[in-house]
Design a protein. Structure first.
Length: 307
């Protein structure tokens, strides 16, 4: 981890719920959290991939009950609500110490979720907020949300948030999804702080990581070319997980934005990062959060698990 200046976290007895653990940096983060003693509840869309990760965690930790899988598809809000209920049942009275949202997607064409949202905005931004709000009453310590430096190219258009009237591109769609995430994260961090809940929220830019997310060309051959061309500047998943783990385990000011310290935030060790001016606009954050909550069917101010 290149954290020789930090004490190794002891997460024995802590319960961590984390999406996106089936692959890439999420898988590496889950493995490390388990090695540090955490008990994991991993919501997964593809059960077979989740079982492979769970088997590895049990094997490496020697703890047969260290991980439990639940079902979750972020492209379907009904699945998010059902998944939240499964998670609450899985954690029981012990609750959730850390809630970490890593899962995300990239699409090469404009697609829609089961609820009619532009796919990347739905999966990367709207569904994670719903899951967070549904589980928030059970969280004791911290919420960690993976956003992206791509938020700096995102633009908010609440008159056409899902690009139904045009203007969609992979860059525009992905950038908007991550800016929406940054903004609701800003608003929620402030709400948690002012509410004196004892829970804080951290935002993360993992950097440029060699994961399946970059394989969005539609051509396996071209995907391989992209991977090889970017390999010199991209981090392996193990290193890319560092910012997520840092944000999850270190004492940080509430609402921090953590990512690699290298040029452009592409690679390096975790540090505090700057956000775009839009991502710090509290009025915009309130407007966007109000819109997101309406889209996902959450009444204003509600965060109870009402299923």
């Amino acid at each position: 981890m290149a954290w020789e200046h930090l004490s190794e976290p002891d997460l024995t007895g802590r319960t961590v719920v984390m999406t996106g653990a089936s692959d890439g940096l999420g898988r590496e983060a889950a493995l490390q959290l388990a090695r540090w003693g955490a008990d994991l509840v991993l919501p997964v869309r593809t059960r077979l991939k989740g079982e492979a990760v769970a088997a590895r965690i049990r094997r490496e930790t020697g703890r047969p009950h260290s991980v439990e899988l639940t079902a979750l598809d972020l492209a379907d809000l009904s699945s998010v609500r059902e998944g939240a209920a499964q998670i609450v049942q899985a954690v029981g009275e012990r609750g959730i110490d850390l809630l970490i949202s890593v899962a995300g997607t990239v699409s090469r064409h404009r697609e829609e979720t089961a609820d009619g949202f532009e796919l990347m905005t739905g999966v990367n931004a709207l569904a994670p907020l719903l899951l967070t709000e549904l589980l928030l009453p059970h969280v004791r310590e911290r919420v960690v949300v993976v956003a992206s430096g791509a938020h700096t190219v995102g633009r908010i258009d609440l008159d056409d948030p899902h690009f139904r009237r045009g203007g969609w591109s992979l860059r525009a769609g992905y950038g908007r999804s991550k800016l929406v995430t940054m903004l609701w994260g800003l608003e929620l961090a402030e709400r948690l702080r002012s509410g004196r809940t004892g829970v804080d929220l951290q935002l993360v830019h993992p950097g440029w990581v060699l994961t399946n997310l970059q394989n969005a060309t539609g051509s396996p051959r071209l995907d391989r070319v992209v991977t090889e061309v970017t390999r010199p500047i991209a981090m392996p998943a193990e290193q890319g997980a560092a910012s997520v783990l840092f944000a999850a385990t270190q004492p940080l000011p509430p609402g921090s934005y953590i990512g690699p310290d290298g040029p452009g935030g592409l690679r390096g060790r975790p540090t505090f990062l700057r956000r775009s001016a839009d991502a710090l606009d509290r009025d915009l954050a309130r407007d966007v959060t109000t819109w997101v909550r309406a889209e996902i069917g959450l009444s204003e101010g509600a965060s109870e698990l009402d299923l």
